[in-house]
Design a protein around this ligand. Structure first.
Ligand SMILES: [Zn+2]
Ligand SMILES: [Zn+2]
Length: 240
């Protein structure tokens, strides 16, 4: 759409902020107003090597954050784009629960302007965390796959998506479970997709929308490790 037409449409149908509902004007984002965009907390280095949560202030001692103390990561590193609060949370909610695929444009812009994040996802095979077929039918799409597609486009094709995993167990929603319960819940939930071969030299990166306890990503990582992945990272958009 050309710039003139877009401006004319904005006058007739002003876009509203997905977080506060105000009109979006002179914002770096298309669906987040300028004050809400400014309040998104990016996960900049120095950060936890497992989940990407930023260390605010001086870093002394082991580089693992309090969220990851109970996690024994099977993967090498993890990175997150922003803290899943404020407008960052609203962007992810619009994508996941309201089929708001338009927010991917704003997420893409946040990715391409975060050098450390963009460098991290280059020259890799991105593996979306799969949904169970029943859940996929209910939701109609896999948000991790949508995010992985956006990420490959952000790398201008240096990275590709491969659907290496399947979810064979329909797990209950994890939001109310603690770390140990989540771990049990997903432990054997994933398997390698049929006819899948992993190449040990390749960099594999598991993709999910949010890093919460890391249980789901760790369960996926276990399957890929067992199948021969030697370079294995994870990436998420939000830290929940
Ligand atoms: Zn706003
Ligand atoms: Zn961490």
């Amino acid at each position: 759409m050309n710039h003139w037409l877009k401006s004319a449409l904005d006058l007739v149908f002003p876009r509203n902020c997905v977080h506060c509902g105000d009109a979006v004007e002179q914002s770096p984002c298309e669906f987040v107003c300028a004050p809400c965009a400014k309040a998104i907390l990016p996960c900049l280095p120095p950060a936890c090597k497992t989940c990407g949560y930023p260390f605010f202030g001086a870093v002394i001692g082991p580089k693992v954050c309090p969220h990851c103390i109970d996690l024994d990561p099977v993967f090498d590193h993890g990175k997150t784009l922003f803290i899943a609060k404020t407008a960052g949370r609203s962007l992810l909610h619009h994508l996941k629960y309201q089929r708001g695929f338009y927010v991917l444009k704003d997420l893409s812009r946040l990715v391409t302007t975060s050098r450390h994040y963009l460098d991290y996802i280059q020259n890799a095979i991105l593996v979306p965390v799969p949904l169970h077929p029943t859940k996929l039918r209910e939701r109609g799409f896999n948000q991790s796959e949508k995010i992985a597609q956006m990420l490959t486009e952000a790398t201008a094709g240096s990275s590709q998506i491969e659907h290496l995993l399947i979810r064979r167990v329909y797990t209950q929603t994890q939001t109310r479970l603690n770390h140990a319960e989540r771990h049990r819940n997903v432990k054997n939930a994933f398997a390698l997709a049929p006819d899948t071969v992993l190449i040990p030299d390749k960099q594999y990166i598991l993709v999910d929308d949010v890093f919460t306890t890391g249980s789901t990503l760790n369960a996926c990582a276990r399957v890929l490790r067992d199948a021969g992945a030697t370079h294995l990272n994870v990436v998420t958009i939000g830290h929940g």
